[in-house]
Design a protein around this ligand. Structure first.
Ligand SMILES: Cc1ncc(C[n+]2csc(CCOP(=O)(O)OP(=O)(O)O)c2C)c(N)n1
Length: 281
């Protein structure tokens, strides 16, 4: 995929090694475009990932990057944001990374409303390990590791993000890069936890390009993004899937609340003075 010139400064020297046609290229393309259009300085961006084809994402971006262990993109991103709240912090996962091994972190990052953007590149299988069923695989999916068809009912991550109180929730498609760029820009600018599900087909083990083109429909234009009940109703619709922004409703974010509490405790001297001294040191 050719990249526009203004994204040049965000491209690292490492060339992506995903299979030709992998949906993750579309996500990377849209991400380059989003940070270029927002004119973010590379040294003000930090990207944390887990393990999987998706986990390689930070290597391809000229910014700070941390390719962590499986399922731990969110705790890494949380630590980075608390360590340096000035940074734009992005966490990247695949559906296995996010909803299997890393599932315990998702609710808490969302309800804490830490100001990071969480991009989950969902190909509905484990890609890197050669196509086993993941938590979002459709029931009955036949793969090498599920020759009689996957038996489990898939998760609905968008409904989960809403239930976990994420303050921004959206769904994009890796093949529709223009819309995805707009979604990512909004997610990055959103002051709080922004969850973006990107349907990103694995061309090698579970090619869903055609399927998504058929089932995806835009969220109605008159949808009220601050109405969680309506957002949930749209997110539950299946097998037709809505794409766009389901929910955007800012509230105080974690790092600001922590900073305020710290300042208050410092003033009153009532809260954990020893610990505060260590913070100040
Ligand atoms: C602790 C641990 N368990 C299992 C693995 C093996 N493993 C590597 S990637 C992966 C799944 C990746 O799938 P997904 O998160 O959907 O990302 P994709 O490769 O599809 O982008 C697994 C199970 C591992 N690396 N570490």
């Amino acid at each position: 995929m050719t990249m526009p010139d203004d994204t040049k400064r965000y491209r690292s020297e490492v060339r992506p090694v995903w299979c030709p046609g992998c949906g993750h290229y579309g996500v990377l393309h849209s991400f380059y475009a989003a940070i270029a259009e927002l004119n973010l300085a590379p040294e003000r961006i930090a990207i944390a990932s887990g393990i999987g084809c998706s986990g390689r994402f930070p290597a391809f971006v000229n910014a700070y990057g941390f390719h962590g262990v499986h399922g731990r993109a969110l705790p890494l991103a949380t630590g980075i944001k608390l360590g340096n709240p000035e940074l734009t912090v992005i966490a990247v996962s695949g559906d296995g990374d996010a909803y299997s091994i890393g599932a315990g972190h998702f609710p808490h990052a969302a309800r804490r409303n830490i100001n990071i953007t969480y991009i989950v590149m969902d190909n509905r299988i484990y890609g890197l390990t050669k196509g086993q069923p993941s938590p979002t695989s459709p029931t009955g999916l036949k793969l090498k590791a599920s020759p009689y068809g996957s038996t489990d009912t898939p998760l609905k991550p968008v409904t989960a993000a809403l239930a976990h109180n994420a303050s921004f929730v959206a769904r994009g498609f890796s093949a529709w890069t223009k819309e995805l760029t707009e979604i990512l820009k909004r997610a990055i600018l959103h002051p709080g936890f922004a969850f973006v599900e990107v349907l990103s087909p694995c061309i090698t083990f579970h090619n869903t390009y055609q399927h998504f083109k058929e089932v995806l429909h835009p969220i109605p234009k008159d949808h009220d993004e601050t109405d969680i009940t309506k957002a949930m109703a749209l997110a539950l619709v299946d097998p037709t899937l809505y794409h766009g922004v389901f929910y955007a409703n800012p509230r105080p974010c974690y790092e600001d609340t922590i900073a305020e509490l710290r300042a208050e405790a410092q003033k009153s001297q009532t809260g954990l003075p020893d610990l505060l001294q260590r913070f100040q040191a």
